[in-house]
Design a protein around this ligand. Sequence first.
Ligand code: ATP
Ligand code: MG
Length: 171
Amino acid sequence: MGDNREILGNKSDHIETCLFMNKTYFCPKFLQMTTNRTFTMIKPDAVENGNIGAILEKITSAGFKIVAMKYTQLSRRDAEKFYEIHIERQFFADLVQFMTRGPIVSAILEKENAVDDFRALIGATNPAEAAEGTIRKLFATDIAENAVHGSDSDENAAIEGAFHFSGREIY
Ligand code: ATP
Ligand code: MG
């Protein structure tokens, strides 16, 4: 793991191998590649518009279990790191500005086939193209201020969850 932290209890309970970029690493158990967890944020626009409760209701009614959750605000550095894959895009500065302008709710969600099912529940990036009944169709303003984030792969779900939560904040 690259540090000297003590491993509590039975090593096999806490450390698993996981695959990342085609290499096998030792990883904390919560970073395991699983197909049943995804990471989400209720973005600042949806929080400002008073939609936290309605969005959580859609999420839990769709069968997702909340295994970690916090109400927090991203720093500029957090947002730049979280969305670094988009650093070359012309909207990057606006995206960082938007994601840091107010509090968000971040959460790890569990359900069979979580990543794909959650992307289906939130709908297309642009709410104008999102299917009826999806969270973005109901709550997003436009392609930039689109109410929620959803991880796009199991690998990114694990990375994003670990970016926001420590192992003992995940249940
Ligand atoms: P997210 O990663 O937030 O779940 P997504 O996977 O549907 O969204 P991405 O292509 O990863 O879409 O874009 C990340 C975010 O950047 C979008 O959710 C949106 O907030 C913003 N964004 C994407 N495309 C545009 C655009 N053309 N103009 C302005 N903002 C955009
Ligand atoms: Mg994305």
